[in-house]
Design a protein around this ligand. Sequence first.
Ligand code: ATP
Ligand code: MG
Length: 245
Amino acid sequence: MTESDAPLLQVVHLETGYGDLRVVRDVSLTVRGGQITVLLGRNGAGKTTTLRAISGLNKTAGGEVRYLGDKLGDAPAYRRVARGMAYVQEGKRVFRELTIEQNLVLGGFSTRVSKKKLIAAAQEIYEIFPILGEKRALPAASMSGGQQQMLAIGQALMAKPQLLILDEPSQGLAPVIVGEVMERVHALKATGIGILLVEQAVQDSVAIADEVSVIEMGRTVLSGRAADITLEDIQDAYFGAGAAV
Ligand SMILES: Nc1ncnc2c1ncn2[C@@H]1O[C@H](COP(=O)(O)OP(=O)(O)OP(=O)(O)O)[C@@H](O)[C@H]1O
Ligand SMILES: [Mg+2]
């Protein structure tokens, strides 16, 4: 077995929700190092709630989240961050008045290293997202929505995570830009990190996926290797077998 075969993250029959309200009832998925798992599902299916439980923001009420071989139980979010999880939340906004570089430096703040080292770390982000390097001294507000999304991802990468969790990075972007953002996310695989990507842009995200999971009403209804799953399978999982495609 190569290293990338050992799962980085394993979610097994997860149950979670808000207070007594159980919205995720049975979700299972796997993320491997250097690979992308795409989590799909309709509005309100429980995608964000699943990510919140993985990140420690919502309590795991049943099942388990295993990360780097350990059961996380009720470990708080900051401990999960310290162990290399980075979570870019849905609708994440950057600090518009700050420069791109200032935004990146803030992203690495939790690592407690010097500002000088953080500026050096930002250079690695510019290699991944060259546009951020070109505009490093400009306010974030001067960038397009797609570029700001890349900055939000770059901020998360400043903590040098092993697992990057992205909640709908294509949200609010023009369709023509979505493919570009997906292409950049795909390029991150080369760094060896594992990526859990929640998306509504089914075709664009499945195109870069190694594994696909579809949830409906808080339950996993389809999951497997992307190579073994067709868009028709995904549509059936969304709408029930036999629905018009
Ligand atoms: N803070 C909250 N308190 C109570 N219920 C919530 C809360 N946030 C979400 N929910 C409910 O949990 C269910 C799942 O929501 P969730 O945000 O996980 O869905 P989602 O799949 O991410 O949807 P979307 O594609 O719209 O982002 C929905 O019924 C939603 O109304
Ligand atoms: Mg959501």
